[in-house]
Write a protein of this length. Structure first.
Length: 139
């Protein structure tokens, strides 16, 4: 069995964003040389997410609107976490809803996706560098 590991780095210049990272993840898979196995992709920061869905701008805006209704950023005083001097209590909750990681089967050297599935990085507290781990195991 082979193993491959790479960190992808992102610095989003705004508070929230959804970025299609499928091309970078596919590049990792090519670099790994693995043809059959599993790929794990996870956000290594507690205010960011990795998830799978459709790459459609209306859906992304719906996510952003829905998450802001579930956990609005302001007023920041509504979150006990922000009493520590932070202002990102909402980002922690948004990450919890959207998830930490995805696992995708690798078949014949390709991500074994459904028709419209793509991998996304969700940023909920931007303006600083954060990383995403890609770990692939297989043969």
């Amino acid at each position: 069995m082979q193993s491959y590991r790479k960190e992808l780095w992102f610095e989003v210049p705004r508070r929230r964003a959804f970025i299609n990272i499928t091309p970078q993840v596919e590049q990792c898979l090519r670099e790994s040389g693995i043809q059959e196995g599993l790929l794990l992709c996870n956000a290594m920061h507690i205010t960011a997410s990795v998830f799978i869905n459709d790459d459609e701008s209306g859906l992304h805006q719906d996510y952003d609107d829905w998450l802001e209704r579930l956990a609005p950023h302001a007023p920041i005083s509504q979150y006990r976490h922000n009493r520590t001097g932070e202002d990102n209590g909402d980002a922690h909750l948004k990450r919890q809803v959207m998830g930490r990681e995805v696992v995708v089967a690798v078949t014949k050297g390709r991500l074994d996706f459904g028709t419209w599935e793509r991998i996304f990085y969700g940023e909920f507290d931007g303006n600083r560098r954060k990383r995403v781990l890609v770990k692939i195991i297989g043969e």
